[in-house]
Design a protein around this ligand. Structure first.
Ligand SMILES: [Zn+2]
Ligand SMILES: [Zn+2]
Length: 242
């Protein structure tokens, strides 16, 4: 089934564009709306703590959704590059399914952490923050709709995360598919603006939703995705008291 879907998707450039556009829309809307419902429910029942707030700017949700749709358009265009890469044998995908998929997913998780950290540090260079990354930072109070709310150039840069694995090794199709799914799920938790583990210190492994909220509020520091390790290593963490 998955093999057939992949083979249809990458049969021509326009099929790649259409399939990725549908895939990312389904992913964005299902994860975002389900997340929004779940957080509201948990907040009511468990007194889930919000990270202290700036206020949303007028029309923020609408703008975040429009910008996310633009990012999905960019990801779909990148689908054409993937299709071309596969057609000319530059990229490779394996359609076998074995237990080997588990270490591959773990490897892609760590690759995603490194790729995001490197891109994010780059995006905070003065020129890029002023002309590109400010679009994402306009949301000082992030929301579940902020996950793909990027300048088109940032969407392109972050979307390149899939290129390197396809170039170096024939990862199983399931592992390749897991990358955008796990990335958006972590992204949702990072932008929900709830402190999901309020009893822990900011450096704690599980405190990533708090860390990314603080990144939006302070506009600097905490450049990592889920793990705090790269921020610790390169001393880019920000403490709440700073
Ligand atoms: Zn940033
Ligand atoms: Zn963010």
């Amino acid at each position: 089934m998955l093999e057939e879907l992949f083979r249809w998707t990458f049969a021509s450039w326009y099929q790649a564009f259409i399939a990725l556009w549908i895939f990312f829309n389904l992913l964005y809307w299902s994860v975002t709306l389900l997340g929004q419902w779940l957080f509201k429910l948990l907040a009511k029942r468990n007194n889930l703590l919000m990270v202290d707030n700036h206020h949303r700017y007028p029309g923020q949700l609408k703008k975040e959704i429009w910008q996310s749709m633009r990012s999905i358009f960019v990801f779909s265009l990148q689908g054409i590059l993937i299709q071309q890469g596969l057609q000319y044998g530059i990229f490779q995908i394996s359609y076998e399914l074995s237990w080997w998929v588990i270490p591959q997913i773990i490897l892609l998780f760590f690759w995603n952490e490194i790729h995001f950290y490197a891109c994010h540090v780059l995006l905070h260079r003065p020129f890029l923050i002023k002309h590109v990354h400010w679009v994402h930072h306009h949301s000082k109070e992030p929301t579940v709709f902020s996950t793909f709310s990027f300048h088109w150039m940032e969407a392109f840069l972050l979307g390149t995360v899939i290129f390197f694995p396809l170039l170096v090794y024939p990862f199983q199709a399931t592992a390749i598919l897991s990358l955008p799914v796990m990335s958006l799920l972590i992204n949702l938790l990072g932008h929900c603006n709830y402190d999901l583990f309020s009893k822990h210190q900011p450096e704690h492994l599980l405190k990533f939703s708090y860390r990314h909220s603080m990144h939006h509020k302070k506009g600097r520091g905490n450049m990592g995705f889920l793990l705090p390790w790269l921020d610790n290593l390169f001393k880019t963490s920000v403490k709440s008291s700073q």
